[in-house]
Design a binder for this molecule. Structure first.
Ligand code: HPA
Length: 242
């Protein structure tokens, strides 16, 4: 048991999918995993381990925002030896060229959070996805006839900011979408020398004001989950760099 996860040593697979929503973790476990077993329900953040296409795979919620995902991934990497983490989540598009339900592979994650300024003594760290996972996800998507957007996302601390226009500056510098967890996932993965990738679905659009309906979200999430599952267990994925 770690502080926030009730699993015993060995109960969490080396590869994990990380949705923000614990009920989505339960849905993925019950829908896609063979023989899923719940290993934690501490704070209703559910985690399950089973197999996918015969390979061990876990799925666990992270909650929303940097402080929440930070706690879970620290314990998953440090205490349970997780090697490969694929976040699946939603994001708000800041580029007109993106459409609702598009898939975004977060190559890098800028942030308005102060966590990395604090960690790095005022220096600007550039949180980035693991190349092997990014390439595998891209190749897998293309083989299905999909063309995800790939680029920089913005990991924001405030869903409800005071100035509703801040996203425009990020957009001018080419950011694709806003979300709230990837910068910390990439930074902590780098700290522990593990692999990480965030695969996101556009659920709302800051340029056009559009939002997905719940049916649209479900079908878009299905594509994203299948891409994440296949990427996570892919043998084609080269292991970690340095
Ligand atoms: N902002 C931050 N996180 C999000 C958004 C957004 O607009 N949409 C989905 N996740």
């Amino acid at each position: 048991m770690s502080t926030h996860i009730a699993a015993k040593p060995g109960e969490i697979a080396g590869t994990i999918l990380l949705p923000g929503d614990p009920l989505r973790a339960q849905f993925i476990a019950e829908t896609y995993l063979e023989n899923p077993r719940q290993y934690t329900a501490v704070r209703n953040i559910f985690g399950y381990t089973g197999t996918y296409r015969g390979k061990p795979l876990s799925v666990q919620g992270t909650g929303m925002g940097i402080p929440s995902i930070s706690i879970y991934i620290h314990e998953l990497f440090r205490d349970y030896g997780v090697q490969r983490a694929v976040r699946i989540g939603t994001a708000g598009a800041v580029q007109e060229s993106l459409k609702l339900r598009d898939i975004v592979l977060a190559m890098s994650a800028s942030t308005d959070s102060a966590v990395n300024l604090r960690r790095f003594g005022g220096r600007s760290y550039a949180p980035a996805a693991s190349w092997g996972l990014l390439k595998t996800a891209w190749d897998m998507a293309v083989s299905k006839g999909w063309t995800p957007a790939v680029g920089n996302v913005v990991c924001s601390d405030l869903f409800y900011g005071d100035d509703g226009e801040e996203w425009k500056l990020w957009a001018r510098y080419g950011a694709l979408a806003l979300e709230m967890e990837s910068a910390e996932l990439y930074t902590v993965a780098a700290k522990f020398k593990r692999e990480a990738l965030a695969i996101l679905t556009i659920s709302d659009h800051l340029v056009t004001g559009e939002q997905t309906t719940s049916e649209e979200r479900q079908s878009a999430f299905t594509r994203m989950m299948e891409l994440a599952l296949e990427t996570a267990v892919s043998p084609a994925c080269p292991s970690v760099s340095p």
